[in-house]
Design a protein around this ligand. Structure first.
Ligand code: GCW
Length: 616
């Protein structure tokens, strides 16, 4: 038994047998094992109605619950009912749900050699040593976790497709089909990241999307792929980004590039998910005009309406790159005639490597409030999974995976507090006081991390490449376009019309909010404004004092959280990981506090009003 895959489903003790091949049979199996444990006097009836697709309806009459839904809907409904009963939630007498988004994706950044790009919980669950290497029982456990929160697509390999991962859609297809069969009974379809220049491995001397031989190669390859896996969700592509090949090499734009692949996939019902993480990663740091966050908008917005209907543009939530705080990407607000997906990063690349506690729900809620749920038609998230004993690295990082599922099912029904509470109830069954403590820590964790690392929207003070720990000038003279331009007087970038003009990419309301000092939120001050250290903020503190205070407060939060966690009765195995990581988090937070505060102290010469230590 793989108890490590139970997480928020502790009431399931049996693995789903491989012999079950349909979501309905899985639903029956799960209910049968769980009900005697969680609600012995209840009975649940499943009632198939294919017109409901992935949605479901739950009716309760006395001790009888009826779940109506299409095949996958029944499974989703069954998990929701089991979780609600176990968490002690009262089921409404009659209630129906439909997912808000058709595609609810997890993107693995797993390489064929077993390494995971930006992976913080061990090696790949899929690959090792340049080939597939997985435990089918564990994959079934993962599929179950995904289905329990409504996730329905898994892209199994890194968007940076390195040799031999291109073989996934070539001679590795039989194994890919086996993996697809493991996920299928859970309503999860696979997706594959492909190399845009793949035809060039086959004697074609170009990857130009308008070249007929290139087109013919992809058309034929899609036929082969779909013969092996008829329900493949499609391809994911990172093109012309961070040295990846793409249509720019041939003087073509990204509609021409994406549409060529989309047409090859269309006869088989496949989607082409095309990432918009395109910017100049060879910028001269002396160049004050080019502003990296403006790049996606410049590359894509003029192409609105020109993409095939099975193209989905996948845009990161913020215009930079998964920083601790970013405004919503303006590209997502400017392409009404194009299918869009928002991409989040569950892997905590810039948010603590799953060592530091960082619950993301608050960020999602804020971004979705500015975006509006209807602007996108799909959601994607870079996975935080790996082969560690706890597949999320940190047991609390599971809340991000869990919460992301609920968010991508229905963002209007995924309030941060509710998600944290439900996850805590399901996972740990603490008494009310301890549960409050845990939920409190989760909900505060993001703000605390932000304070001790990069508050006020300053971004990029992190150790280059590794992206853990402080290095305030680490990226300052580099080519990646990530500058804060701290001087002895001031810090931040003016991104209003007077500066780089980035704020002008927004619709009027957001543009005005961010352009005016009156309305720009403190959390994004240095994102949008360059300010002097003696600038007096809304609360009466100077900017420099606010920088000092935030860093000290962030660290103090970590110390307090450590004490609370020490007293929290978590299961032994989790507790050991949590406390060990907390020790590292504290060390990290202390380093951030002192390095960043000293950095600004040395520039500004300003003393801390409270006389706390700063280092010359
Ligand atoms: O944040 C950056 C990461 C890269 C990643 C890239 C991307 C997969 O540092 O490791 O590459 O984003 O999103 O493509």
């Amino acid at each position: 038994m793989h108890t490590d895959f139970r997480y928020w489903l502790p009431f399931l003790t049996e693995d789903v047998p491989a012999a079950l091949t349909t979501p309905e049979s899985v639903a029956r199996f799960e209910l049968k094992q769980a009900l005697p444990r969680i609600a012995p006097d209840m009975s649940v009836t499943l009632c198939r109605d294919d017109s409901m697709g992935e949605g479901f309806r739950v009716c309760r009459q006395g001790n009888t619950i009826t779940i109506t839904g299409g095949e996958v809907g029944l499974l989703y409904g069954a998990y929701r009912v089991m979780m609600a009963l176990y968490a002690g939630e009262k089921l409404p007498a009659d209630h129906a749900q439909q997912p808000k988004y058709a595609l609810r994706m997890i993107d693995n950044w797993d390489n064929a050699d077993g390494d995971i790009e930006r992976g913080y919980s061990g090696r790949s669950l899929m690959f090792e040593g340049g080939r597939f290497d997985y435990d089918p029982i564990r994959l079934r456990g993962l599929a179950r976790l995904m289905a329990s929160v409504g996730l329905n697509v898994l892209c199994i390999n890194n968007v940076n497709v390195r040799n031999p991962a291109h073989r996934l859609i070539e001679d590795w297809l039989p194994q890919l089909a086996e993996v697809a069969a493991i996920f299928r009974p859970f309503g999860v379809r696979l997706m594959v990241s492909i190399d845009y220049a793949q035809p060039m491995r086959h004697g074609i001397d170009t990857a130009d999307p308008l070249n007929e031989r290139v087109q013919a190669w992809w058309n034929e390859q899609c036929r082969v792929v779909y013969a092996a896996i008829p329900d493949l969700a499609g391809f994911l592509v990172k093109a012309d980004s961070e040295h990846r090949p793409g249509p720019f090499t041939y003087g073509r734009n990204h509609a021409e590039g994406a549409n060529m692949l989309a047409r090859a996939l269309k006869p088989f019902g496949g989607n082409l998910v095309w990432r918009c993480f395109v910017y100049n990663c060879q910028q001269d740091w002396r160049d004050q005009v080019t502003d990296r966050p403006m790049a996606a908008y410049q590359h894509y917005v003029y192409l609105d309406g020109q993409f095939e209907d099975n193209v989905i543009l996948q845009v990161k939530n913020g215009p930079f790159d998964f920083q601790v705080r970013e405004p919503v990407s303006p590209t997502l607000l400017a392409m009404p005639e194009t299918n869009l997906a928002i991409e989040w990063q569950l892997a905590q690349e810039y948010t603590g490597h799953q060592i530091d506690i960082y619950a993301m729900m608050g960020m999602w809620q804020e971004v979705m409030a500015d975006l509006g749920a209807d602007k996108v038609m799909a959601m994607a998230a870079v996975s935080n999974l790996g082969r560690d004993e706890c597949i999320f690295g940190h047991p609390f990082a599971a809340v991000n995976f869990f919460g992301y599922g609920l968010l991508s099912w229905d963002p209007d029904n995924a309030a941060a507090g509710d998600v944290a509470r439900l996850w805590a109830k399901l996972t740990y069954r603490l008494d009310a006081k301890d549960e409050d403590t845990l939920v409190g820590i989760l909900l505060e964790s993001r703000g605390a991390y932000e304070k001790y690392t990069a508050p006020l929207g300053v971004c990029w003070m992190v150790v280059p490449h590794e992206h853990y720990g402080p290095s305030p000038d680490g990226y300052e003279y580099q080519a990646w376009g990530t500058y804060h331009r701290a001087s002895r007087d001031a810090v931040g970038i003016d991104r209003t019309a007077k500066g780089t003009g980035y704020a002008e990419q927004y619709p009027a309301e957001l543009r005005d909010r961010y352009s005016s000092l009156e309305t720009c939120p403190d959390e994004l001050l240095l994102w949008f404004q360059r300010q002097r250290y003696d600038y007096v903020m809304r609360d009466g503190r100077t900017l420099i004092q606010r920088i000092y205070d935030d860093h000290f407060e962030g660290y103090e939060w970590v110390e307090a959280a450590e004490k609370k966690l020490t007293a929290l009765p978590l299961p032994e195995a989790d507790k050991a990981i949590v406390m060990e990581r907390m020790t590292r988090q504290k060390k990290n937070a202390r380093e951030w506090r002192d390095v960043i505060n000293s950095f600004f102290y040395r520039f500004s010469g300003a003393e801390d009003e409270k006389g706390r230590p700063l280092y010359l």
